[in-house]
Design a protein around this ligand. Structure first.
Ligand code: PMV
Length: 301
């Protein structure tokens, strides 16, 4: 688990969307929390083109390479006016798993390029880099990665911090990589031709409002029911896959009050709310062949 020592540069957190993914791209609110996993970036001056390595993700690139990480680094260096640097990314956040890894990468780079930047400046610079991974990101991942905690995010108003108790949650990794951009584009295409898909997006937006109220009232049974309904709508809009559906069913059978995919879908991760039964859910997911971990959602700030 990455530490949040006040003497070090603040980490860039990973995140889980509790409810509201995809609808947030279309102007609705999403409710999300930072997880206790994240990234840090160190920077050393160097001669020649800037480079970045992330050993845990087997990434070693330099500016100019045909790679989204090299592209993001190039954009952020150009905007910040920093000299040539050698950057190293360390941390425990899995890549391409729906846990906001590209946003955390960009936030950690933005912090390393200017340790005295305000959160707003870090978010603005990181959003420039994030566009190398997703052409139209809603901005929720970057905002949460920078600020931690819980938040309700809406495209036009940004992140509103929520004060509520941390929520223990099980995160299950499908192990199937996917592209957020491809998933977002697919939903937009299906929305243009299907009322059913448009209605599901609207309904996810409404569920988010109810989930915020349930979370703030610590009504976990209600929150679980809303998560389950949300997963059904994510199936309807075409972003779940059999493996995620199986993991969600397994978590519910093992005692979860609610379970759903999180993030863009098509692979990535699912989450389960299982107060007091987290270890049973983890074991059931692991018996199915999937890595999982328990995290306190919203505990970081
Ligand atoms: O990239 P992910 O899997 O962390 O999820 C992003 C959430 C979406 O709503 C699908 C896209 C977005 O930009 O908000």
């Amino acid at each position: 688990m990455i530490s949040s020592s006040p003497h070090a540069i603040a980490p860039a957190w990973g995140k889980v969307i509790l409810i509201g993914e995809h609808a947030v791209v279309h102007g609705h609110k999403a409710l999300a929390g930072a997880i206790e996993r994240g990234l840090r970036c160190t920077a050393q001056p160097q001669l020649g083109p800037s480079r970045l390595c992330a050993p845990a993700w087997q990434i070693d690139v330099q500016v100019g390479d045909d790679h989204p990480v090299a592209d993001a680094l190039g954009r952020m260096l150009a905007a910040s006016g920093a000299a040539d640097l050698s950057l190293e990314i360390l941390g425990d956040l899995p890549a391409a798993a729906g846990l906001g890894s590209s946003a955390a990468l960009c936030v950690s780079i933005a912090r390393a390029l200017g340790p005295k930047r305000s959160d707003d400046e870090v978010v603005a610079l990181a959003n420039l880099g994030e566009r190398s991974f997703h052409s139209q990101p809603s901005g929720i991942d970057v905002a949460l990665s920078c600020r931690g905690g819980f938040g309700v995010y809406q495209r036009e108003s940004g992140l509103e911090a929520l004060t509520c108790q941390a929520l223990p949650i099980v995160v299950g990794l499908s192990g199937v990589p996917r592209s957020t951009a491809t998933m977002v584009t697919g939903v937009a295409e299906r929305m243009s031709s299907s009322t059913v898909v448009r209605n599901s997006i609207e309904r996810i937006g409404a569920l988010t409002q109810d989930a915020q109220a349930a979370l703030q009232a610590s009504d976990l049974s209600a929150l679980g029911i809303l998560m389950n309904e949300c997963h059904g709508h994510l199936q309807t809009i075409g972003v779940s896959i059999d493996i995620l559906d199986q993991m969600v069913s397994t978590a519910r059978e093992a005692g979860a009050l609610g379970a759903k995919l999180t993030g863009a879908g098509g692979g990535g991760s699912m989450i389960a709310l299982a107060p007091g039964r987290e270890h049973e859910v983890m074991k059931a997911l692991e018996d199915l062949g999937h890595q999982s971990f328990i995290t306190n959602l919203g505990a970081t700030r």
